[in-house]
Design a protein around this ligand. Structure first.
Ligand SMILES: Nc1nc2c(ncn2[C@@H]2O[C@H](COP(=O)(O)OP(=O)(O)OP(=O)(O)O)[C@@H](O)[C@H]2O)c(=O)[nH]1
Ligand SMILES: [Mg+2]
Length: 256
């Protein structure tokens, strides 16, 4: 399992439709790379997508996902999406970020965490998942926090969110949407928390038999490509030799 966090950061965004996954991805990458749309009544993100950018001197790749937890997709469709997510975040994500809106009650998110543990194993939740709170701006505007900081508001008024955070071994981050200096600082703090997560997980990215299988398949394919290329080179060399042989054939035969 690679310990490559120094240079690469692989993140997977999870959460219900409209929870702000794509918007968070855009904020993390510092540019509008994922489609994020409030106008549509259907889910904006229909399939897993990966985007990359240099952030704070690191190559950050973000896999955005559709809503697996509350969607109308068939189990087969969800399975296909999960396979795609695994392939896109190979050799394994450093962190799963579960997007949870602060301005609404968390009704199905606990089930979402159980589903995550079922698909990727309990370690995925305990060691590699962070709750990414979204819509902090709306919470502030609503006045529900009553002048408290978001953290104080969660601790004093939101038992539902505290439970989620506890399931993720107390890991959470409050996302500030947008692209100014404040957001950049916020993203840097998020990446520091991800680094801490990786340290606590023994310096490794998340990996499970499913991820390992994809990794093995990718390696196998790379080997095949190298072999194919070598084969082509040998063939070309052989052809060049033949051409040379024909050309240099005493001026008798000039087939090419
Ligand atoms: N005010 C505010 N709006 C947000 C925030 N996060 C997302 N939005 C907006 O809410 C809408 C939905 O956000 P998305 O990021 O597309 O949500 P999603 O989780 O990707 O949704 P699906 O792709 O449908 O699963 C978009 O118009 C976003 O701009 C936030 O923190 N604050
Ligand atoms: Mg989306």
């Amino acid at each position: 399992m690679p310990n490559d966090f120094k240079f690469f950061v692989r993140l997977v965004l999870l959460g219900l439709s409209g929870s702000g996954k794509s918007a968070a991805g855009n904020t993390i990458l510092g540019q509008a790379m994922f489609e994020s749309n409030s106008e549509s009544f259907t889910a904006a993100t229909q399939k897993c997508e990966k985007k990359k950018a240099m952030v704070d001197g690191k190559r950050v790749s973000v896999v955005d996902t559709p809503d697996w937890f509350n969607s109308e997709q068939t189990p087969d469709e969800v399975r296909a999406q999960i396979s795609s997510c695994i392939a896109l975040s190979s050799p394994g994500p450093h962190a799963f970020l579960l997007c949870v809106p602060l301005d609404q009650p968390a009704k199905t998110e606990l089930q979402a965490l159980s589903a995550l543990a079922k698909v990727f194993g309990p370690e995925a939740v305990q060691k590699h998942t962070m709750v990414l709170f979204t819509y902090a701006d709306r919470l502030r505007e609503s006045g529900k926090a009553g002048g408290k900081s978001v953290e104080e508001y969660i601790a004093s008024q939101r038992g539902d969110l505290v439970k989620l955070v506890e399931k993720c071994t107390d890991r959470f981050h409050v996302m500030e949407k947008g692209q100014g200096w404040r957001q950049k600082k916020n993203v840097a703090e998020l990446l520091e928390k991800v680094e801490q997560t990786v340290k606590e997980a023994g310096g490794q990215c998340y990996s499970s038999p499913a991820f390992q299988e994809v990794e093995d398949r990718v390696r196998q394919r790379q080997l095949e490509i190298v072999r194919e290329k070598k084969g082509i080179k040998q063939e070309t060399a052989l052809q060049a030799g033949l051409v040379g042989a024909w050309r240099g054939g005493g001026g008798k035969k000039h087939y090419l």
